[in-house]
Design a protein around this ligand. Structure first.
Ligand SMILES: [Ca+2]
Length: 170
């Protein structure tokens, strides 16, 4: 193989390589993100800090959102965990000791906070010096008219659980 022939081949190889890059660009595939519901954290944070409350605060809320928006109501199932006792340390309307369901609906009139729902947790004073209690609320499943949706940010464990620490006042 002589030198010029090698350069010629090298040039072809370069052109082919460049051509390939365009081919890659041509076939660049935009993948649609799957819809999901997750707890809303301040700003773009993927971490929800523990929510510190006192048992005499009356109530606190956590927000569950569908950042991509939804064309139909989303039914979200959640479960309670931690050592806070349902009916003694806290109450959530319509829920049971194991957890409950909340609907995240489309809010066309609310552009900023589209497709979210506030879950209100009533805090109960028990008159007993029983120390701080922890309540976790974990999103278990979600679905709308289109079918099942992921829970947690992008279907991950991020923003899937909210932790509420209830300080004792007794
Ligand atoms: Ca107490």
């Amino acid at each position: 193989m002589n030198y010029k022939y090698f350069l010629f081949l090298f040039g072809i190889a370069l052109l082919t390589a460049c051509g390939n890059e365009y081919v890659v660009d041509d076939y660049f595939d935009l993948e649609e993100l799957p819809g999901y519901v997750a707890f809303d954290a301040p700003g773009n944070s993927a971490v929800l800090d523990d929510i510190m409350v006192s048992e005499s605060d009356g109530s606190t809320t956590v927000t569950i959102e569908c950042p991509t928006g939804t064309l139909s109501d989303i039914t979200v199932n959640y479960e309670f965990g931690g050592d806070a006792v349902f009916g003694t340390d806290f109450n959530v309307a319509g829920a049971s000791a194991s957890g409950g369901t909340i609907t995240v609906g489309q809010k066309e009139w609310d552009v900023v906070n589209r497709s979210n729902a506030d879950l209100e947790i009533e805090l109960l004073t028990d008159g007993v010096q029983d120390g701080a209690k922890t309540l976790t609320i974990t999103l278990i499943s979600a679905s709308n008219a289109e079918g099942p949706m992921a829970v947690g940010r992008g279907g991950t464990d991020y923003l899937k659980t909210a932790t509420i620490v209830i300080e004792d006042i007794d």
